[in-house]
Write a protein that binds this ligand. Structure first.
Ligand code: SF4
Ligand code: SF4
Length: 306
């Protein structure tokens, strides 16, 4: 499985980038999963989106902790610890960054062991109107580095994802994507899947393991009998079962047997509900054959029970 994480700021189209890459890989016959992750939507706030790509159905969920490729649309995010740009990026992972500064400088600056590639997403910082096109460029560059999709797949994905924005926007994004796809051609296929982690090798969570005690010590023992009598479960009730004795057929073995709390006692063949212990489950209402038990709101208790 290949795991890709896009980092950018709200408004740069990282969610769109993840969707375009995911759709392109899907069109190329892969199983994909893409999702953005951000809090309250704000332009300029750090966000990330991620894509998983595999040959077989993907059952893994959640944030990508160990990415094979990290794409950074805004280099200023690298210095923001909360953005988590470098989280999990090891010697195997590739960092792709939209920056005019050379990759070697970034590699040295960040002391990264893995490959670093810088590219130009084609949106000068002063051109605010071009910001939404950064996402398309990032998707195109990522697609090229993964080496899984053709330019035709990428173009189709862009059309599918952006068609609602109109022909002019789609055309400009297609131009940008073609240029970026060509720009990083020398790195095509440089991203490879990391060996799948062995669950047995996973580090143990930081938990406290209590020692094991024999059952005769650790199992609970109830020393006192009839303790349920002391618990007034009637306080839990929101609906009160009320027997209409005019309709009651005195088939007490039904309601008294079904009551899970033993709260229906029988006096001279007549069922009586013990409201101190009836918790209002209304099983008796459902089971009474002639429908002689009615459920009434607890705040309007009936008098019929007398
Ligand atoms: S099941 Fe209904 S009809 Fe029968 S004894 Fe109970 S309340 Fe009366
Ligand atoms: S409502 Fe539930 S607990 Fe109460 S008498 Fe009916 S069956 Fe028993």
């Amino acid at each position: 499985m290949l795991r890709v994480r896009f980092h950018g700021r709200g408004g740069q189209g990282m969610k769109t980038a993840s969707r375009i890459l995911g759709t392109a890989c899907f069109l190329a016959g892969r199983e994909v999963q893409d999702a953005p992750r951000y809090g309250a939507e704000r332009r300029g706030a750090p966000i990330f989106a991620y894509v998983r790509i595999a040959e077989r159905p993907i059952h893994e969920r959640g944030i990508i902790a160990r990415p094979d490729l990290v794409v950074v649309a805004d280099p200023s995010l690298v210095a923001v610890p909360a953005a988590g740009v470098l989280a999990g990026l090891d010697a195997h992972g590739v960092l792709l960054i939209d920056s005019p500064e050379p990759a070697a400088l970034w590699r040295q600056r960040l002391a990264l062991a893995g490959e670093v590639i810088s590219f130009d997403a084609g949106a000068p910082a002063e051109d605010r109107g071009a910001l939404p096109f950064v996402g398309t460029a990032c998707a195109a560059a990522a697609a090229r580095l993964l080496g899984l999709v053709t330019l035709a797949h990428l173009e189709q994905a862009i059309r599918d994802e952006l068609e609602g924005l109109g022909e002019a926007v789609v055309a400009r994004n297609l131009d940008n994507a073609r240029a970026t796809f060509a720009q990083v051609a020398e790195h095509a296929g440089c991203v490879t899947p990391a060996p799948e982690p062995d669950a047995g090798q996973a580090p143990a969570p930081d938990w406290i393991e209590p020692g094991f005690d024999e059952a005769r010590i650790s199992a609970p023992v109830i020393h006192a009998g009839l303790t349920s009598e002391a618990v007034p479960t009637g306080l839990w009730r929101t609906l009160r079962p009320v027997i209409d004795y005019d309709r009651c057929k005195r088939c007490w073995w039904v309601c008294s047997a079904f009551c899970p709390d033993g709260a229906i006692r029988v006096e001279d063949g007549t069922p009586r509900i013990d409201y101190a212990h009836c918790k209002g489950c209304l099983v008796c209402v459902a089971q009474c054959p002639p429908h002689a038990i009615e459920a009434r709101p607890e705040h309007a208790p009936a008098e019929a029970a007398s």
